[in-house]
Each structure stands twice: as structure tokens, then as C-alpha cells.
Write a protein that binds this ligand. Structure first.
Ligand code: CA
Length: 246
């Protein structure tokens, strides 16, 4: 790999090395579930079933509203609300294990429509591609490489293993900036979930929400998204102006 994404720190491509007064975007930070992969319907279904099996009521809409939070964090919120007490670590781990097992029985998850084209365009523009996810899959890079060859690198990924605090805390996105060696002004985040938008905005980053799920656009705008787009095709069209934004 010879492009700048293979290096730990940002190296500005020469064609972007102008003396303009605008802050220049050097990286796009992508959330994974619901942005790169069309995985949220399966996650929501697995959550609803796993919670029900353990005496907790959760709707599909609830799953989308809590998207981005760590699994154990989500379980504890529902336990406190419905059991009137905090969950134990054992309960959290068990319910999350059930959720993961159900998820793995559901149909294979495909890349989000238009995601490949967006990633290829971002690469062609000489920008770094960073993944910022709450996922705790050990083989994430292999899966990303399989679906999006040549786009991502191990040094530019933030997963559940890299942070203490999950979204909506800014830590995942701040860690993404740190790994890319850039400031908040030099990045754009692409998110699909309200808590993910909150996390990105709390990290001070311009945030594009792509509304790939069932929630109304207003939920993403209210979470602080700078712009809400309907899909990746709209994002592909908007990319040049987003990167050149004043
Ligand atoms: Ca997401």
C-alpha cells in the first residue's frame, strides 16, 4: 500500500497542499454499523429478541435510539428502568452474549448501498479513511478488507478495544483523530445514529448524518448533525463541497 492511509500519521497529499485560509479536511471518520454495513435491521431484531428472552421489553425503535452505545451500557439502562435496579456484570454479559448469538443466526449482512463508491471517492481525493465503531469483533479488519479492499488499515481503526467510554461520549472520535494525527477541524464524521452524532459533535467534528434507518431526520438534526442526507448516493454527490467547506 502506498497511499497515505497506510501510515500512522497524516501526510497531506500534494494536490491539497494549498495556502488557502480554509481548514483543510484530511480524513473522513466513518461509523460502521448502519454506515458501512446494512447491519442495523439485524442488530435491532437481535436486541429485541435477546431482551425479551431475559424479561426486558425493547422495541425496534428503542434499538435504533440506543444505537452506538456499548451493549452492556444499553442493557444496564433497560434494567434500571424496568427492574428498578442496576444490572449485575454477569447479567449484562449474559444478555449481550444472547444478543450476539441471535445476531449470528440472522441473514448475512451486506455493505450499505453506495458505501463502496463513497469510500473509493474519498480515497481518490487523497483523504484518510478511519473507522470508528463500538463493535468488539476481533476480525474486523479482515471483514472490512473483504468488502472494501484497499480502503482501511489497522492503524486507522477505533473499536471497543481502544476506548473506555463508548458513544455518545466523545472518546471514540477523539481517539480516531489521535490515530490519524489530525485536529477536529481537519476531519468529517459520517454517522447514522443520534448517539453517534452526539459523540462526534462532542469531539468538535463536522458531522454528516446519513439517515439509513427508520428514525425521522429530525432526530439526527436534533442530536447536532451539521447536515442530514438520505443515503450514500447523496453523500457521494455532496463530498466535494463538504471537503471544501469554509
Ligand atoms: Ca451506526
Amino acid at each position: 500500500m502506498t497511499d497515505n492511509n497506510s501510515k500512522g500519521r497524516a501526510e497531506r497529499p500534494s494536490f491539497l497542499n494549498t495556502q488557502g485560509s480554509y481548514p483543510e479536511v484530511k480524513a473522513i471518520l466513518f461509523d460502521m454499523d448502519g454506515v458501512l454495513f446494512d447491519s442495523m435491521p439485524n442488530h435491532a431484531e437481535a436486541w429485541v429478541q435477546a431482551m425479551k428472552a431475559n424479561g426486558l421489553k425493547m422495541t425496534h425503535r428503542d434499538a435504533y435510539m440506543h444505537e452506538g452505545r456499548t451493549g452492556e451500557g444499553t442493557i444496564d439502562i433497560f434494567a434500571r428502568a424496568q427492574w428498578g435496579r442496576a444490572s449485575t456484570e454477569e447479567e449484562r454479559q449474559y444478555i449481550y452474549k444472547v444478543k450476539s448469538e441471535i445476531f449470528n443466526t440472522l441473514p448475512y449482512v451486506l455493505p450499505m448501498d453506495g458505501a463502496r463508491e463513497v469510500l473509493q471517492a474519498v480515497k481518490a481525493m487523497g483523504l484518510m479513511r478511519v473507522v470508528v465503531t463500538g463493535s468488539a469483533q476481533r476480525s474486523l479488519l479482515e471483514r472490512l478488507d473483504h468488502n472494501f479492499p484497499g480502503i482501511f488499515s489497522a492503524g486507522l481503526m477505533v473499536t471497543a478495544f481502544d476506548v473506555t467510554n463508548g458513544k455518545p461520549h466523545p472518546e471514540p472520535y477523539l481517539t480516531g483523530l489521535q490515530k490519524a494525527g489530525i485536529s477536529a477541524k481537519e476531519a468529517i464524521v459520517v454517522e447514522n445514529a443520534p448517539l453517534g452524532v452526539e459523540a462526534a459533535k462532542a469531539a468538535g467534528i463536522f458531522t454528516v448524518a446519513v439517515n439509513t434507518g427508520p428514525l425521522p431526520d429530525s432526530v439526527l438534526a436534533d442530536a447536532g448533525a451539521d447536515i442530514v442526507l438520505p443515503n450514500h448516493h447523496a453523500l457521494l454527490e455532496a463530498l466535494p463541497s463538504l471537503v471544501a467547506r469554509p
